[in-house]
Design a protein around this ligand. Structure first.
Ligand code: UDP
Ligand code: MG
Length: 323
């Protein structure tokens, strides 16, 4: 039997945990068993304030293939994925990542397993080809983000790429060897490389419950992603700064020559104001970008653990959370 460990991050998901388990298990006992694949589950309770943890305790008590770990507070999906991968890599031959809300359809698993079992790929990645059911403005920004991201970095990030994937042990070990504090898992998956193939599907809505992401948390996620993977904004800033300075120099030359030829009637203050405002704008913007990088370095240098564990179904998972 080949063991497939599924990492499932959960934040306030009391309504979906059981739905997820039943739906996935239905595929496991039929389609996956035929292929000689058995499932293990690693649920991560990411500081839920509802009854998610109680549901996980009950699931783990009833089914031996289910294990869970619970954070001391909400550390975010990236931290949950890290903890889950660290736990899953200890027991799985193959490791998968899935959302608990059934937006990553379990019925893709058999086909993905087939691809993984050919041994040709280290990662079977999934992207959705439509964003139906999502607010249009969110889709628009998401598309721009992926476009910008692939232009700024040379990562293989595709529009609609999910965290949903099946990976080999060596792939996950490579991802875990990236010891950064600011984790952007989609980028890490692309960064480590190895043969990857993509499976596509059309979007499905949440099975129950509500999304954990507000528009602004997604904007923040996008900024984090860019800052974690590229210093291009800093380079661009240098370019803008250089352009603004040359423009200012030319303007100065013009003013000096004009003053020499025609004297200096004190009339130029509107244009002066405009230039000052433009320059301070560019400078403030630049400082903002630098500050953002600096804050990331600050957090990185502190070397704090990415997450803290409150409770697990297995004792030996208490360690290993420090980078
Ligand atoms: N999630 C998490 N921690 C968080 C936010 C989300 O573990 O702080 C989990 C959540 O339970 C779900 C997955 O990440 O399994 C995706 O979240 P969600 O469905 O809210 O995002 P969306 O699909 O709307 O992008
Ligand atoms: Mg979702």
């Amino acid at each position: 039997m080949i063991r497939l460990s599924i990492v499932v991050p959960c934040h306030n998901e009391e309504q979906t945990v059981e739905l997820f388990y039943t739906a996935t298990q239905a595929i496991a006992t039929d389609e996956l068993a035929k292929r000689g694949v058995e499932l293990r589950y690693v649920f991560i309770d990411d500081g839920s304030r509802d009854r998610t943890l109680a549901k996980l305790r009950a699931l783990a008590a009833a089914h031996t293939e289910v294990s869970y770990l619970s954070f001391s507070r909400n550390f975010g999906k990236e931290a949950a994925l890290l903890a889950g991968l660290q736990a899953a890599v200890q027991s799985g031959d193959l490791i998968a990542v899935m959302d608990v809300d059934l937006q990553d359809p379990p019925n893709l698993l058999p086909h993905m397993c087939d691809l993984a079992l050919t041994g040709e790929y280290d990662r079977i990645a999934v992207r959705r080809t439509s964003r139906k059911g999502e607010p249009p403005i969110r889709s628009w920004f998401a598309r721009r983000f992926y476009g910008l991201m692939s232009r700024l970095t040379d990562l293989d990030l595709r529009d609609g790429a999910r965290d949903f994937s099946i990976m080999t042990k060596r792939f996950v070990e490579a991802v875990l060897s990236c010891g950064e504090y600011n984790r952007f898992t989609k980028g890490l998956f692309g960064w480590v490389g190895y043969p990857t193939t993509w499976v596509e599907y059309t979007n499905v809505g949440r099975a129950a419950g509500e999304t954990n992401w507000s528009f602004w948390s997604l904007v923040h996620y996008a900024f984090d992603g860019i800052v974690a993977y590229t210093v291009k904004p800093l380079e661009m800033l240098m370019g803008i700064g250089a352009m603004a300075s040359s423009f200012a120099l030319l303007a100065l030359l013009f003013v000096v020559i004009r003053a020499g030829l025609y004297g200096d009637p004190v009339s130029g203050w509107p244009s002066l104001m405009a230039i000052i405002l433009l320059a301070t704008g560019v400078i403030t913007f630049g400082l903002g970008i630098i500050g953002f990088y600096l804050s990331k370095i600050y957090l990185e240098v502190k070397g704090r653990p990415v997450y803290l564990i409150k409770e697990t179904s297995k004792q030996d998972w208490q360690k290993n959370n420090k980078h």
